[in-house]
Design a protein around this ligand. Structure first.
Ligand SMILES: Nc1ncnc2c1ncn2[C@@H]1O[C@H](COP(=O)(O)OP(=O)(O)OP(=O)(O)O)[C@@H](O)[C@H]1O
Ligand SMILES: [Mg+2]
Length: 283
């Protein structure tokens, strides 16, 4: 994704180069370039925890907007709030304050049931510690989100789950193993296949290469990059420099805040969300 595509300068240049009205050729108006859809908007998103009488500001007023086709790496030292931010984006934790739009929907306004369905359809989450279901085989773990969503025959479920597992490089003879019989790297790949099961618009991954050797790490990075190129938004929390290198945007966090956003340009078609009044708080 070319970030410059969104820049204000670019838009001005286009306007400046437009021919004067009297020179307009007599042709039907051509549609302009379609802007990539904005998939994730966060505005003043914050999360604090109360712990032993202290308030820990894990995520502190972060704002950004990302589009389909973007690959974003979130970097920063341990404890700076990366996983907490990813959990907020995935709806797995509720923000203390701030606004969040996923694919144009204000997730806060969804009821419990609607929110579950929405998350299952739009988001794929790869956890730092996999969270595979131990009693199910690799194949069944990948089939589960599709079963919950419904609408597929059993044969189609099996076929798609096998295809996804092959795609993440899991040997065919491991598809019917339960997670306890798989290595950390193999479990990681099952977790990625499961996150892709419902073809989500947004993929959130917490240290997806943290438990794999460098060969499988490369495979995962290539896969995530490819998923972004196919039009998903891929947001990856990582310490892995090779992921950061291929990312379109590098967001560096420090103490819950965004320290830098390398190569970031706010999409011109992103809707600004109203921010609530800041409350005084202790860090
Ligand atoms: N449930 C919780 N209760 C209290 N404090 C929490 C909780 N979860 C996270 N924190 C605190 O919030 C801060 C951010 O934690 P977070 O897990 O987001 O960091 P991180 O950047 O992902 O770190 P790492 O790179 O080690 O995974 C830390 O100070 C952490 O101790
Ligand atoms: Mg973390």
């Amino acid at each position: 994704m070319d970030a410059e595509f969104f820049s204000v300068e670019h838009t001005h240049t286009q306007l400046d180069l437009a021919p004067p009205v009297e020179q307009q050729p007599e042709q039907p108006e051509q549609p302009g370039p379609t802007l990539p859809t904005v998939t994730v908007v966060a505005e003043g998103l914050s999360k604090s925890f109360r712990f032993a009488g202290e308030v820990i500001q894990a995520v502190d007023e972060v704002s950004f907007a990302f589009t389909e086709g973007q690959f974003i790496a979130i970097l920063g030292p341990s404890g700076c709030g990366k996983s907490t931010l990813l959990y907020l984006l995935g709806g797995l934790d509720k923000p203390t304050s701030g606004e969040l739009l996923i694919d144009g929907v204000d997730v806060k306004k969804l009821s419990g049931g609607q929110e579950h369905r929405f998350r299952r359809q739009k988001l794929g989450f790869v956890f730092q510690s996999f969270h595979l279901i131990p009693g199910l085989t690799a194949l069944e773990n990948v089939m589960l989100p599709m079963e919950l969503k419904g609408g597929m025959t059993n044969a189609d479920l099996h076929e798609r789950a096998h295809t996804l597992l092959r795609r993440v490089g899991l040997d065919e003879n491991r598809h019917t193993h339960k997670p306890g019989k798989l290595s950390g790297g193999q479990q990681q790949r099952v977790a990625i296949a499961r996150a892709l099961a419902n073809n989500p618009r947004v993929i959130l991954a917490d240290e997806p290469t943290g438990n794999v050797d460098s060969r499988n790490g490369k495979l995962i990075i290539q896969l995530l990059k490819q998923l972004a190129e196919q039009g998903r938004t891929v947001i990856v929390v990582t310490h892995d420099r090779s992921i950061a290198e291929v990312a379109d945007v590098r967001m560096e966090m420090e103490d819950g805040q965004i320290k830098t956003m390398e190569n970031y340009v706010r999409p011109i078609n992103s809707r600004s969300l109203p921010q609530k009044q800041k409350k005084g708080r202790k860090r």
